[in-house]
Design a protein around this ligand. Structure first.
Ligand SMILES: *[C@@H]1O[C@H](CO)[C@@H](O)[C@H](O)[C@H]1NC(C)=O
Ligand SMILES: *[C@@H]1O[C@H](CO)[C@@H](O)[C@H](O)[C@H]1NC(C)=O
Length: 458
């Protein structure tokens, strides 16, 4: 009898713990659409968590367009580690990808924030435009629900377009659950949604573009650190492409000038690019294959502002499908970028990229060229990147410079955060350059003296 009771108790206990399953009390997904990118934030109010993990499902579209992803706790902002699960755990037949987020211990109730950035989430329509066509549209496909492995009490999906000119926004089966206000759409609230439920197929949001759709086909940064010169010198080599509808027919400068004069430029033309540089950047340059481009504007941020602004005006307007190659460069005082730690190491922080808002980058590479003789202790990047090491040899170098090469596919402004490198540089190595210069100067001096002697003898 006693045994039977304890077995019953065990069964009850198991049942109760199975009942105390994870529930989404509320989910809100907000997506902000641009032309080349989109940023989306999903807030999950969760309760009943008992095993320390929470699974998030990512739609195949989002997975293919993914540029950046992070999961954090809403209250503290703390980033949480996650792993992608493969194989059978994909949600069929829709092929959603599953992400297992590791939660801090003893948090039955919490609010998670999933932040994702997408590159090229929208398709331009039509695919070609003449110079006289003033407008084009972008088509974005999404689900009206957030798909999740848990029961959800209430959820909403919000989408905001860059203009209020929305040609289509996908009525769901329940018109009263679809609201549009200017360029903002809200789907829901959906109540008591079962796990894994995908009640409607994709909807399409067709919105009119307010500007060009730009991408960087090439984006290469080099940042050279000089203790001797007390500077970090940056150079970015860029190939930008207007990735909107391509130009149909001939380009005529006359039409362009008339449109500029009348202030009716087509939205598909890029005439300006704004790049945020670190505050107090100096020695700024903007060159292309022809030479210095003087039609740029630089507004230096002071010590209080977070950045300086460089406005680049390409030599010609970028029509749909056109490309432009250029380089920009600047210098930052080393004292803003590097700190000497007590143990004698240097802690250097360099922005990984300075990609403008709404530019999709195919692949970005940052080369950080350390002073001669510097030994790298650690490299920290707040997202996944490929890390490689090289040696760069430049003028008057004796042993070459250790160089950290970081690269990543499909980046955007979500990757403009700092890379931190800790390195050490012995006094001898710090003096290597001046010693080399002194040695060369001495050699020249000796040679000159010798020549003078020879000369006087003749
Ligand atoms: C280009 O600009 C840089 C920086 O302003 C300047 O030092 C350099 O002399 C210029 N070169 C030419 C060819 O004008
Ligand atoms: C980058 O994006 C392209 C186009 O969406 C995709 O084909 C490619 O697999 C992505 N690369 C990586 C490394 O994610």
């Amino acid at each position: 009898m006693n045994n039977l009771l304890s077995v019953l108790g065990l069964i009850l206990f198991v049942n109760i713990s199975a009942l105390a399953a994870t529930v989404n009390d509320n989910i809100v997904k907000s997506t902000k659409l641009f032309h080349s990118t989109a940023h989306s934030t999903t807030t999950y109010h969760v309760s009943g968590v008992d095993d320390g993990t929470y699974d998030i499902l990512i739609s195949p579209n989002e997975f293919d367009q993914l540029s950046h992803l992070s999961v954090s706790l809403k209250e503290s902002g703390e980033q949480l580690p996650y792993t992608w699960l493969n194989g059978d755990s994909y949600v069929q037949p829709y092929n959603f990808k599953r992400l297992a987020v590791q939660l801090p211990p003893n948090t039955p109730q919490l609010t998670l924030v999933l932040s994702i950035s997408l590159n090229n989430p929208s398709t331009p329509l039509p695919s070609q435009l003449t110079q006289d066509d003033l407008a084009y549209s972008l088509s974005f496909k999404t689900y009206t629900h957030v798909v999740t492995p848990y029961h959800t009490n209430e959820m909403r999906v919000k989408v905001r377009a860059p203009t209020s000119k929305i040609h289509r926004y996908g009525m769901t089966h329940d018109d009263s659950k679809t609201t549009k206000n200017g360029g903002s759409m809200v789907y829901g609230p959906w109540m008591d949604v079962a796990p894994y439920s995908i009640p409607t197929d994709h909807i399409e949001i067709l919105y009119e573009a307010a500007g060009p759709r730009l991408k960087y086909e090439v984006s290469e940064r080099s940042a050279q650190v000089s203790h001797w010169g007390n500077v970090v010198s940056f150079r970015d080599d860029i190939v930008v492409r207007n990735n909107g509808p391509s130009l149909k027919g001939q380009f005529t400068r006359l039409t362009h000038q008339a449109q500029t004069f009348l202030n009716v430029l087509p939205t598909n033309i890029a005439t300006m690019l704004s790049v945020r540089l670190p505050a107090l950047s100096e020695e700024v340059f903007f060159v292309d294959q022809i030479g210095n481009v003087t039609t740029s504007h630089y507004k230096q941020g002071d010590g209080h502002s977070s950045h300086s602004l460089l406005q680049l005006k390409p030599r010609y307007p970028l029509m749909g499908g056109w490309k432009y190659s250029f380089s920009i460069g600047w210098e930052n005082s080393l004292r803003f970028a590097a700190k000497l730690a007590r143990d004698g190491t240097t802690r250097l922080s360099i922005p990984f990229s300075s990609t403008p808002e709404d530019v999709a980058v195919d692949r970005h590479t940052t080369r950080i060229i350390l002073p001669e003789g510097a030994q790298v202790h650690s490299v920290y990047v707040p997202f996944e990147v490929d890390v490689q090491y090289e040696t760069t040899t430049s003028y008057l170098d004796t042993i070459g410079r250790n160089t950290v090469v970081l690269s990543k596919h499909n980046t955007s402004d979500a990757h403009n955060g700092d890379v931190t490198i800790v390195y050490s540089l012995s006094l001898f190595n710090a003096l290597r350059k001046p010693l080399a210069v002194a040695a060369v100067a001495f050699a020249l001096f000796s040679a000159a003296t010798l020549l003078r002697r020879i000369n006087t003898r003749i």
